[in-house]
Design a protein around this ligand. Structure first.
Ligand code: SAM
Length: 162
């Protein structure tokens, strides 16, 4: 498979997963936490398809397309390890959806990320809320839910708070 094919497959899976979780959380109260603004593509998709929800976006820097940058109140700049731990007064309510796209491609870094991020995410998510992540997390108060049909196992991990 060419790199172009592989990129298209990865993006298609990401969109299918995000569409799936959007349908799951649309009726659940609480904001969305988007961990990793990047280019802003997934933020833009969430914003377009969840118009009634507040979306708080976390990144250490803004390198997004200018059309996909949140306003100052909703852009939380800094290391997610620091900002996620102290964002509760700003986001006010527990989140209905946490979308996490901060995989580094390096297995050691990703394992370290899993160990510091997992305990932060649980208390920030409302009952019934979903965590959708490119990295596997350890979330004891959550159940893992299956990926939508057609999405290759291991591309993403979905967890629902019990
Ligand atoms: N979903 C985005 C999109 O559709 O454009 C792409 C996200 S990109 C793959 C990952 C982003 O996460 C990068 O912008 C990077 O700066 C940010 N990031 C990764 N680890 C981070 C950390 N520990 N703290 C803050 N930002 C982080």
């Amino acid at each position: 498979m060419s790199r172009l094919d592989s990129f298209i497959r990865r993006m298609t899976a990401q969109r299918d997963i995000i569409n799936f979780v959007i349908a799951e959380v649309v009726e659940i109260d609480g904001p969305v936490l988007e961990l990793g603004l990047g280019n802003g593509r997934t933020y833009d998709h969430l914003r377009e398809n969840l118009p009634g929800k507040e979306i708080f976006v976390f990144d250490r820097a803004i390198n997004a397309n200018p059309r996909s940058v949140p306003d100052g109140e909703h852009m939380i700049l800094g290391e997610i390890r620091d900002t996620l731990a102290f964002c509760r007064p700003r986001i006010k309510r527990q989140a209905s959806l946490v979308h996490c796209d901060i995989g580094s491609g390096d297995p050691t870094t990703d394992l370290a990320t899993c160990s510091w991020i997992s305990p932060l995410i649980g208390p920030l998510t409302t009952k019934g809320g979903i965590v959708a992540s490119g990295l596997t997390f350890e979330l004891p108060e959550f159940e893992e839910i299956p990926l939508p049909e057609g999405v290759q196992k291991g591309r993403y991990y979905l967890y629902r708070k019990i």
